[in-house]
Design a protein around this ligand. Structure first.
Ligand SMILES: [Zn+2]
Ligand SMILES: [Zn+2]
Length: 294
């Protein structure tokens, strides 16, 4: 499975998961042109031998500038905030691809032609082609889900936009090869920063965002098996990558995990293969629910 973080933060969120011919974009906070540019940049970097990589079936069109060559097979929306769903209706209309969302998200957001909207239950796994998505509700001021994405060989978790770590989340993400976890704000920076009080209260609340310290508490409790951690959705006003990374590095001490911070605009390509010699946690049995196949 290949993961390309296209964008992360309040300016827009989008992450592409690709495996065995299936490409699914999680969240549509950037449009097709930015997506195409990021994937082309990732493919070019890969061709030049850097750590970036590209989806295997699109390298022939890396420099064409065409957006259709980079169109995903489907989009999964985590929740109805504009930085995650803002461009979904445009993909629906222009590229005629299915948009997957929970019923609450579909009610709260404009997803485009309802004929192409597929509803998923926030607690039931569902499959799109080669990928299985296991959602779990998160506390946020919109109906939000964490997603574990599994292609049968590797598993990755995407956990952003949560005010606190709910019971059971650690078990849900345990053993994933890759964990993408929100580390939104540094408490001191938020406190001293320019945001109005009502916005600070919203971010700090149990239905707001996850602080560096809260992310670290989860990372410290993470069992073995996760070899890569990416810090996500960093605030550009209330956080700094060096602060978030330093705190997370302490929390991960002794766990031998690679640690990165996702930039507001990618591409950031994550290697889902464990480094040589890394222990692999056994995959738990998961029951498939809706949408067996495309
Ligand atoms: Zn967000
Ligand atoms: Zn949100």
């Amino acid at each position: 499975m290949q993961i390309t973080i296209i964008a992360s933060g309040s300016g827009g969120n989008a992450t592409l998961f690709a495996s065995r011919g299936t490409r699914v974009l999680v969240d549509a906070g950037v449009g097709p042109r930015v997506l195409a540019q990021c994937l082309a940049a990732a493919a070019t970097a890969s061709a030049l031998g850097s750590t970036s990589d590209c989806t295997s079936d699109c390298t022939s069109d890396c420099t064409s500038g065409s957006t259709s060559a980079w169109t995903p097979d489907a989009i999964v929306i985590t929740h109805a905030h504009a930085d995650h769903v803002g461009v979904a209706a445009r993909y629906n209309k222009k590229h005629k691809i299915p948009i997957y969302a929970s019923e609450a998200t579909a009610r709260a957001a404009h997803l485009g032609d309802p004929e192409r909207v597929r509803l998923f239950s926030p607690r039931e796994p569902f499959a799109i082609g080669a990928l299985t998505f296991s959602p779990r509700p998160l506390p946020h001021d919109a109906a939000q889900v964490a997603l574990v994405v599994d292609d049968g060989a590797r598993r990755a978790a995407l956990v952003t936009d949560l005010g606190e770590v709910p019971p059971g989340l650690l078990e849900h993400v345990a053993g994933c090869d890759v964990l993408m976890l929100e580390s939104n704000y540094d408490e001191d920076m938020l406190d001293a920063g320019p945001y109005p009080q009502h916005l600070k209260r919203r971010i700090l609340s149990a239905r707001g965002h996850l602080s560096n310290a809260q992310a670290c508490a989860l990372l410290a409790a993470l069992p073995g098996g996760t070899h890569t951690v990416a810090l996500m959705h960093l605030s550009e006003n209330n956080n700094r990558p060096d602060l978030a990374l330093a705190a997370a590095r302490d929390a991960l001490l002794g766990k031998r995990a690679r640690l990165l911070a996702a930039p507001p605009r990618g591409p950031l390509v994550l290697d889902t293969a464990p480094p040589p010699g890394a222990a692999r946690a056994p995959l738990p049995a998961r029951q498939l629910g809706l949408f067996p196949g495309m």
